[in-house]
Design a protein around this ligand. Structure first.
Ligand code: ADP
Ligand code: MG
Length: 278
C-alpha cells in the first residue's frame, strides 16, 4: 500500500483454508493477482468459488495468508478494507423501494463517519460513476424496476463508488480490487457482453484489478488474462485460457464431454452431446 513497494501483487493468497459449519470448503488455495490483472475463477458448482471471493473480501474467517497490495487482510480495518475491495455478490440484496442513486451512495459508506451523512463530494462522486455507466437517467428509479442489465450496472456503480478516494488521484499502487461473483449469469448474451466490455474498459480507466467467477467458459477465457480452475476447494489448474481450457482438464474436473476449438480471441468450449436418442 505504499510507494516503496510498487510491485506488490494486488492480491496474494497462500495456503488459504476456509471451513463452514466445520466442513472444509477451501483446502489450501494459492493465488497471486497482479495490479490491473483480470483473473477469473472457474470450476464446477460447489467448488468454493464464491467462498474464495468472500474470503478475499474479508467476509469469512480463514486460515493462511491473504495480502492486498502487500498488507495482510487482517491488518486492514473494515473501512480500509472496504475502500480497497468491493464485492458484487451473485445475488445482491435489493433494498425495497431504494432508488439507484441512493443505492450507489451506499458505496460511500466507508467514507462517511458513523451517524454522519454523505457529503456533497460523495454525491458528486456517485453521479460521476452513474454517468460513467450510463445510469444517470435511472438515478431516481427504484432498483427493482430496472431490467437485469441495468440492475447489474447499478451493482457495479455501487462497487465502483466504493473505491473512489477523496482528494488527489491515487498512485497506481492504490488500485481498487473488484470482486464479481457470476456477474453475467442472469443476463442475455448481449447484456453479458455489455457488462463484461464495461468491466474491461473500467479496468483501464479506473485502474481496477478484477477477480470474477464465471460459468460460461468461452466467455471466461475471452475476457480474463488468466483462469484458475477450482475443484473441491483446491486450485487444480491455472494459467492462460489456452492452458486451462483443454478437453482433458475440463473433462476431468467437470465430468463434461467438451470440444475445444480456437476462436478469434481464444479457445471456445462446446459441450458435446453424449446421449444418442433423438
Ligand atoms: P461455488 O461458488 O463454487 O458454487 P460455494 O463457495 O458457494 O461454491 O460453496 C462451496 C461449498 O460450500 C458448497 O458445497 C456449499 O454447499 C458449501 N457451503 C456454502 N456455505 C456453507 C455453509 N454456511 N455451511 C456449510 N457449507 C456451506
Ligand atoms: Mg458461487
Amino acid at each position: 500500500m505504499n510507494a516503496a513497494h510498487p510491485v506488490d501483487p494486488a492480491i496474494e493468497i497462500h495456503d488459504l483454508r476456509v471451513a463452514l459449519s466445520g466442513v472444509p470448503i477451501l483446502r489450501g488455495v494459492d493465488l497471486s493477482v497482479a495490479p490491473g490483472e483480470w483473473v477469473t475463477i472457474i470450476g464446477p458448482n460447489g467448488a468454493g468459488k464464491s467462498t474464495l471471493l468472500r474470503a478475499i473480501g474479508g467476509l469469512v474467517a480463514f486460515t493462511g495468508q491473504i495480502r492486498l497490495h502487500g498488507v495482510p487482510l487482517g491488518r486492514l480495518s473494515r473501512r480500509e478494507r472496504a475502500r480497497l475491495v468491493a464485492t458484487v455478490p451473485q445475488n445482491p440484496e435489493i433494498p425495497p423501494g431504494m432508488a439507484v442513486l441512493d443505492y450507489a451512495l451506499l458505496g460511500r459508506t466507508p467514507y462517511i463517519r458513523t451517524l454522519g451523512r454523505e457529503s456533497a463530494a460523495d454525491i458528486e462522486i456517485v453521479e460521476r460513476v452513474l454517468d460513467r455507466l450510463d445510469l444517470l437517467p435511472f438515478a431516481g428509479r427504484p432498483l427493482e424496476t430496472l431490467s437485469g442489465g441495468e440492475r447489474q450496472r447499478a451493482f457495479l456503480a455501487r462497487a465502483l463508488a466504493q473505491g473512489v478516494r477523496p482528494g488527489p488521484a491515487d498512485g497506481p499502487e492504490h488500485r481498487q480490487i473488484l470482486l464479481l461473483d457470476e456477474p453475467t449469469s442472469a443476463l442475455d448474451i448481449g447484456h453479458q457482453q455489455d457488462v463484461l466490455d464495461l468491466v474491461d474498459e473500467l479496468r483501464g480507466t479506473e485502474r481496477l484489478t478484477v477477480v470474477s467467477t464465471m460459468h460460461d467458459l468461452s466467455i471466461a477465457g475471452e475476457y480474463a488474462d488468466r483462469l484458475v480452475l477450482l475443484a473441491h476447494g483446491q486450485g487444480v489448474a491455472a494459467g492462460t485460457p489456452d492452458e486451462v481450457l483443454t478437453e482433458e482438464t475440463l473433462g476431468a474436473h467437470y465430468g463434461a464431454r467438451v470440444r475445444v476449438t480456437r476462436g478469434e480471441h481464444g479457445p471456445l468450449v462446446i459441450p458435446v452431446r453424449t446421449s444418442t436418442r433423438r
